[in-house]
Ligand binder design. Structure first.
Ligand code: CMP
Length: 139
């Protein structure tokens, strides 16, 4: 069993898709064990995406993730990290498979509806970036 960090990004929230996206996780046996809505500051967004700081898309990425509120959650379940990545689809919605969140709901690669941790190591880092132990409701 694993935990993975999920972010519903501002573009998806703007389109009123929180419920539909959380349903996709729940329908696939991922349990939401923590959640909060917040508007990331530029500084917090820069820190979260620090691994991408030398990439050409870094500034656009920070701009888009801070353009409105996000819904941050922890998803829990068997093989949660890979399962979430499958449900989300490819980073670029044009390359995402049919039936994935990004294929169905993303605008483009910068406004791609959701973020999910990509490895066990990053899931741990990203979960603790947003949540304290007493904010996680694991049963
Ligand atoms: P996310 O999973 O949040 O992680 C980094 C984000 O950078 C990614 O989703 C995309 O929204 C954005 N991005 C923009 N251009 C690229 C690119 N060429 N490769 C990867 N990520 C990109």
């Amino acid at each position: 069993m694993q935990q993975t960090l999920s972010i519903i990004k501002p573009d998806a929230i703007e389109k009123n898709l929180i419920g539909k996206i959380l349903s996709r996780f729940e329908e696939n046996n991922l349990k939401v064990i923590a959640a909060k809505m917040l508007h990331l500051t530029k500084e917090k967004a820069q820190k979260f995406y620090e691994v991408h700081k030398d990439k050409p898309f870094y500034n656009d990425l920070v701009e888009s993730i801070t353009s409105g509120p996000v819904l941050v959650s922890i998803l829990y379940g068997e093989d949660a990290i890979q399962k979430n990545r499958k449900i989300m689809g490819a980073t670029d919605p044009q390359k995402a498979d049919k039936g994935t969140i990004r294929k169905d709901f993303a605008t483009n690669i910068d406004r791609n509806a959701v973020h999910g941790s990509d490895s066990v190591e990053n899931a741990k880092i990203e979960v603790s970036f947003f949540f304290k132990e007493n904010e996680i409701f694991i049963r």
